[in-house]
Design a protein around this ligand. Structure first.
Ligand SMILES: *[C@@H]1O[C@H](CO)[C@@H](O)[C@H](O)[C@H]1NC(C)=O
Ligand SMILES: *[C@@H]1O[C@H](CO)[C@@H](O)[C@H](O)[C@H]1NC(C)=O
Ligand SMILES: *[C@@H]1O[C@H](CO)[C@@H](O)[C@H](O)[C@H]1NC(C)=O
Ligand SMILES: *[C@@H]1O[C@H](CO)[C@@H](O)[C@H](O)[C@H]1NC(C)=O
Ligand SMILES: *[C@@H]1O[C@H](CO)[C@@H](O)[C@H](O)[C@H]1NC(C)=O
Ligand SMILES: *[C@@H]1O[C@H](CO)[C@@H](O)[C@H](O)[C@H]1NC(C)=O
Length: 446
């Protein structure tokens, strides 16, 4: 103890010095310090050995004194000890200093002291000993819902319906196919099985066993596998777990549900499973009239749902609009010399798009074209600042501009952008045509 303490102290000091970036003690200083520690240690060692020697001496003295006393007072006896029920007592002498041992029969465990000594006070050391029946059921040895009954040195299982064996580990019925030849010819001797006799879980059933040349081979139906603990049992394979991320991607595009012997994919509301039973396809609520939009509204199908939108023509001072289609408003002719009116957009169109979440980008969402060009220049641009984070407008032809989504958008979200196409003649605006785009982004990426 002392040794370690001293050495550690020195190391610690040394470390503190270096860690604070101060100078290390010189080599000579260090060596002299170490010599002193050596001396100190030798001194401690000597005194330590001396103490041990004197301790040993004292112990020897005590021992001999005790022995003398034992022989002197060995006349009295302790009271007689009973033999425990279902056990044995070893040792008959009841005199002071003598020991008695206790043993229990198989199936019983000892409670109290295993051995007791007759003490100077003429009483026994330790506690009274008895033998108690071991409860073999305490380890719950009965499987598959069996009930345990404790018996001396053993337990008995009362098995649940469909199970047998000492610990109810074996299903009652096993299909046996006896192969009499090396050929494939088999004769099946399957007993008629009442379903109630089988284990209750549909994820577990007895295996089909084949005896051939004295050895038994058990197999399971597709989707089941032999249980590791008991080859008589087939347990369901959890395909959702096992094929969570297969080579061909996920088993199900949305959600996987394990079933006895198989699995099935499910889709979120608003989607139906496709024919391949793996993918989800959107249900067109507008087409299938599952929407509740009013007559004044337009139903817009989105991935996983629908939206009811209402197209309203713009209200701009000195200009009036008329709806020329459910998604288009056109300006009425302007009075002569009404500048405010002639500068208002000639038309406003509404465009509703539905996309899936996290759709790859950049991606063209739609194109605007001028049918006939009156002026010498066409310009395309984004109006306002709302859409600038997600959209950009590019010219894609002499008379065509396109709206691009610049980065993937995580749904659910609704984004809006206004694309303006303006026609110019010698830098004077001849007309402005606006397209308002609303983008519905689904919550799921499929
Ligand atoms: C031991 O017991 C015997 C008879 O039982 C007796 O005569 C003797 O004095 C006892 N000795 C001591 C030391 O008590
Ligand atoms: C077993 O094989 C032998 C010879 O190949 C054939 O004669 C006999 O019919 C076979 N028995 C059965 C039960 O298939
Ligand atoms: C979607 O599936 C349900 C239930 O299978 C079916 O009744 C419905 O007609 C399907 N809808 C479409 C659009 O396929
Ligand atoms: C239309 O149906 C949606 C759910 O599909 C519901 O949230 C909404 O309140 C309904 N609107 C009307 C006007 O019934
Ligand atoms: C708006 O129209 C009124 C009459 O219709 C006219 O007096 C006014 O000047 C117009 N405003 C502009 C900015 O042209
Ligand atoms: C979005 O897609 C990219 C690549 O297509 C993928 O790496 C990323 O994990 C996806 N993000 C989400 C939230 O699905």
């Amino acid at each position: 103890m002392i040794r370690t303490y001293v050495i550690l102290t020195i190391l610690c000091l040394y470390q503190i010095y270096t860690s604070f970036g101060q100078d290390c003690p010189s080599k000579q200083e260090l060596q002299s310090a170490l010599r002193q520690v050596h001396k100190l240690l030798s001194a401690h060692e000597t005194s330590y050995l001396q103490s041990i020697r004197s301790l040993r001496k004292k112990l020897n003295l005590l021992q001999s004194a005790a022995a003398r006393q034992n022989t002197k007072a060995s006349n009295g006896t302790c009271p007689k000890l009973e033999v425990p029920n279902n056990g044995k007592k070893l040792g008959k002498v009841l005199a002071v200093g003598h020991e008695v041992h206790f043993l229990c029969e198989p199936g019983y465990e000892l409670v109290g002291s295993e051995s007791r000594v007759c003490q100077e006070s003429l009483s026994w050391s330790g506690q009274q000993s008895s033998c108690r029946n071991i409860n073999e059921c305490s380890s719950t040895p009965c499987l598959n819902g069996g009930t345990c009954v404790d018996d001396v040195s053993r337990f008995l299982c009362t098995c649940a319906k469909g199970w047998t064996g000492a610990t109810c580990q074996t299903p009652v019925l096993t299909f046996f196919t006896v192969v009499t030849n090396a050929s494939t010819s088999t004769s099946t001797s399957s007993p008629s099985v009442s379903p109630s006799a089988l284990p209750s879980s549909p994820f577990m059933h007895p295996s089909r066993c084949t005896q051939f040349l004295g050895s038994t081979r058990c197999s399971c139906e597709a989707g089941f596998t032999i249980s590791g603990r008991d080859s008589n049992l087939c347990i369901d394979i959890d395909e959702c777990e096992v094929f969570h991320m297969g080579q061909a991607g996920r088993l199900c595009v949305h959600n996987c549900v394990n079933t006895p012997g198989g699995y099935r994919c499910t889709c979120p509301p608003g989607y139906n499973l496709t024919r391949d039973s793996r993918n989800c396809k959107d249900i067109d609520e507008c087409e299938t009239r599952q929407h509740n939009c009013t007559r004044e509204q337009i139903c817009v199908n989105t991935y996983g749902g629908f939206q009811c939108v209402r197209v309203e023509c713009p209200r701009i001072r000195n200009a009036t609009y008329v709806k020329t289609s459910p998604v288009r408003c056109e300006r009425n002719p302007c009075p002569v010399d009404n500048k405010a009116c002639s500068q208002a957009p000639n038309s406003v169109s509404f465009h509703y798009l539905s996309v899936v979440s996290n759709m790859s980008a950049p991606r063209v969402l739609f194109r605007v074209s001028a049918i006939r060009v009156l002026g010498d220049t066409l310009r395309f641009g984004l109006l306002g600042s709302r859409g600038r984070r997600h959209f950009t407008v590019q010219r894609s032809g002499r008379q065509t501009g396109q709206l691009l989504l610049v980065s993937p958008v995580q749904g659910p979200a609704t984004l809006e952008a206004e694309v303006e196409m303006s026609e110019l003649e010698r830098r004077a605006t001849l007309g402005r045509y606006i397209t308002k785009v609303t983008l519905f982004v689904s919550p799921y990426g499929f």
